[in-house]
Design a protein around this ligand. Structure first.
Ligand code: FES
Length: 77
C-alpha cells in the first residue's frame, strides 16, 4: 500500500480500513489501535520480522514488511 511519509503504521492500517492489527492470545478476538500514543498496546504487530511492535509508534518506511499479529506473536504459535 502507499502511505504518506512519516505516517505511523497504525494510522496506515486505520486509513486503509484494515479491520484489526492483532488477535488476543486466549479468545482470538480481533483488536485494533486505540490510543495512538503508545499506552494501550492494542496495536502490536509483526513489523520486519519482529513481533510485539507498537504500530502507533513506528513510522512507515519503504519496503517494510507488516503482518497482523496472532496471540502473543511467538514464532511457535
Ligand atoms: S494504539 Fe495504543 S499503544 Fe498503539
Amino acid at each position: 500500500m502507499r502511505v504518506p511519509a512519516g505516517e505511523s503504521v497504525a494510522a496506515a492500517v486505520l486509513v486503509h480500513a484494515l479491520d484489526h492489527t492483532r488477535t488476543t492470545p486466549v479468545s482470538h478476538a480481533p483488536r485494533a489501535p486505540f490510543c495512538m500514543m503508545g499506552v494501550c498496546f492494542e496495536c502490536v504487530m509483526e513489523i520486519d520480522g519482529i513481533a510485539n511492535r507498537q504500530a502507533c509508534l513506528v513510522p512507515v518506511a519503504e519496503g517494510m514488511q507488516i503482518r497482523r499479529q496472532h496471540g502473543t506473536g511467538r514464532i511457535d504459535e
